[in-house]
Design a protein around this ligand. Structure first.
Ligand code: FAD
Length: 547
């Protein structure tokens, strides 16, 4: 198949979605290609913190300023994607004694509103905090709903005529006399190829940006900096809690929806698609969590996962990736590599995506010889779904109990109903339960899909008129992914939950006995649902925690 557009954006993370909206609003005909679901890369696997800049104030005042400026803007333009949790920087006995004063002064210098609280006031706000903290500072951190934000951006872009094509991986760039003139993408489900001709390519592929640039023979070094996080089964605090010390592992706890996420580590990995979560990382997160919240171990870790930071560097990186710039890189490949028609935007933070998009589209305007001012800092994005603040389970439960949300309850942990699933299915061409998870949080609660996945698969089967093979595949794919995240935290109550899930899916439903070969007449295809290794717990003895 062949298509054409003016500007092609590669990568459907927050950067690509932000770029697409900015381009569309400035009147460019544009199209975005994403190899997975929307924000299935780092933007869907991050910590969820809307930075106030406090995290960077002492070490990197420029990054801190960028964060607070964008923090203020994002609160204005996408309030439905941000929870105003506020943030506390807590100085514990393990943090350097002089850091609290340094932090306070650095925040003031970077124009970050900072207020010192008494310890008793902090404990009144967050009773589970460690009473051994001696100084506490309040800053305007927040918690962001990334899937809602990315969806909002592409839907807003679509109102200006932009198009987004997911599950299409760019496999080649077309060049003509030193200029990139298009891309070839492969549908990752059907294998079909799509060729798109364009005037300009924007490479917004995050940690994969180096690979994309390489398709046009441009050498771009983007290290993949892995960071592991753990979602705890409870919203332990309602405020973002940061350690008031030099950045380290496991020093931030973010309330995200119904859970609290502790993170992160920082390690360079060779392949952004393939990296393990190490035992020590899990242990470190739990140990550090306990320093901020002494009862941390009493909560249940639901799953551990990791994302990869796109860390751009032109020269060799040192061993500690926190010292590699977290600022972004915007590369004009004509100036840098003599290749016209392509720019790369990589690095940065979720919090600064809008500013990165603005600078990228300014460069595109310059290269295409047109002057179209950016309006994204003042355009309030429409809350397309009309739902407000759906992150609290209590608020969702109220809607269910008052009948505002009618219909069958499908996911009890996250309060997701059948009509909601049916409504979202209409927006997805493909039958992928992960898409519904990103839309509705289905399967993200304490049972990790144990009780709801087979129900969702049933709805999928009915609505998408799937073959039994495809329904089973959707079911197994989703459960495998949930299981993968649980295995690394399989002890105590979580292990019991896993055994229950195993009993449901293998004992009662016989998932491992799914047909291995399907008749062509029934499905139009011969296939095998991959269940090998399904529900295997590869737990190292060192991982089994005493409680
Ligand atoms: C552990 C961790 C925690 C973080 N926490 C925070 C935080 O709390 N707050 C904050 O502000 N920032 C945070 N960040 C940084 C932030 O998450 C990233 O900077 C941001 O999400 C990057 O967005 P992106 O769109 O550039 O990249 P991505 O979200 O990775 O998007 C790139 C996309 O390109 C797609 N892609 C790759 N190759 C191809 C191809 N060949 N064809 C088509 N598509 C392709 C990928 O599938 C991916 O979806 C964190 C990062 C990490 C790793």
């Amino acid at each position: 198949m062949k298509r054409s557009t003016e500007v092609l954006v590669i990568g459907g993370g927050v950067t690509g979605c932000g770029v697409l909206f900015d381009l569309a609003q400035r009147g460019f005909k544009c199209l975005l290609l994403e190899r997975g679901g929307l924000s299935s890369g780092t933007s869907g696997r991050f910590h969820g913190l809307l930075h106030s800049g406090g995290r960077y104030a002492v070490k990197d005042s420029e990054a801190a300023r960028e964060c607070i400026v964008e923090n203020r803007i994002l609160r204005q333009i996408m309030p439905h994607c941000i929870e105003d949790t506020g943030g506390l920087f807590v100085h514990t006995p393990w943090d350097p004694p002089d850091h609290a004063d340094l932090f306070y002064k650095a925040c003031q210098a970077a124009d970050i509103p900072v207020e010192e609280l008494s310890v008793s006031e902090a404990l009144r706000r967050e009773p589970l905090l460690n009473p051994a903290i001696d100084r506490v500072f309040a800053v305007p951190d927040g918690s962001v709903e990334t899937w809602e934000a990315c969806q909002t951006l592409i839907e807003s872009a679509a109102e200006y005529g932009a198009e987004t094509i997911v599950y299409h991986e760019v496999i080649d760039l077309i060049t003509d006399q030193g200029k990139v003139t298009g891309a070839v993408a492969r549908n990752v489900i059907t294998g079909e190829e799509l060729t798109i001709a364009c005037d300009m390519v924007i490479n917004a592929a995050g940690a994969w940006g180096g690979r994309i640039a390489g398709l046009a023979n441009c050498e771009v070094t983007v290290y993949a900096g892995k960071g592991t996080m753990i979602a705890m089964n409870y919203r332990i605090t309602n405020t973002v809690i940061n350690r008031c010390g030099p950045a380290g592992d496991g020093d931030i706890l973010v309330p995200v929806g119904s859970v609290a996420v502790i993170g992160t580590t920082s390690m360079r990995v060779a392949d952004p698609d393939n990296y393990p979560i190490e035992d020590w990382e899990v242990k470190k997160m739990i140990d550090e969590g306990e320093r901020m919240i002494p009862t941390f171990r009493k909560f249940r870790p639901l799953r551990a996962w990791a994302g990869v930071r796109p860390l751009y560097q032109d020269t060799k990186a040192g061993a500690d990736l926190r010292k590699v710039t977290r600022k972004y890189a915007l590369l004009d490949h004509l100036i840098r590599d003599g290749v016209d028609g392509m720019v790369t935007i990589t690095g940065g933070k979720w919090t600064t995506y809008r500013m990165m998009a603005e600078h990228t589209v300014d460069l595109v305007c310059h290269k295409l010889g047109t002057n179209r001012p950016c309006q994204t800092a003042t355009t309030v994005l429409k809350n397309q779904r009309g739902e407000s603040k759906y992150y609290s389970v209590g608020q969702r439960l109220k809607k269910l109990e008052t009948g505002e949300w009618p219909g069958q309850l499908i996911c009890e942990c996250e309060i997701v109903t059948r009509p909601q699933i049916e409504e979202r299915l209409a927006h997805h061409e493909r039958a992928i339960i992960n898409d519904l998870r990103r839309d509705l949080r289905v399967g993200m609660g304490p049972c990790q899909g144990g009780f709801c996945t087979y129900r969702v698969a049933g709805i999928l089967h009915e609505h998408k008129q799937l073959s039994p093979y495809d329904t089973n595949k959707a079911l197994v794919d989703f459960l495998q992914a949930r299981w993968k995240g649980m295995v690394t935290v399989s002890w105590g109550h979580n292990l019991r939950q896993m055994q229950l899930d195993e009993g449901i899916y293998l004992g009662i439903l016989g998932l491992d006995k799914l047909p291995t070969e399907l008749s062509g007449a029934d499905t139009g295809r011969i296939g095998e649902v991959e269940t090998e290794g399904f529900f295997e717990i590869g737990v190292e003895p060192s991982m089994v925690q005493p409680k």
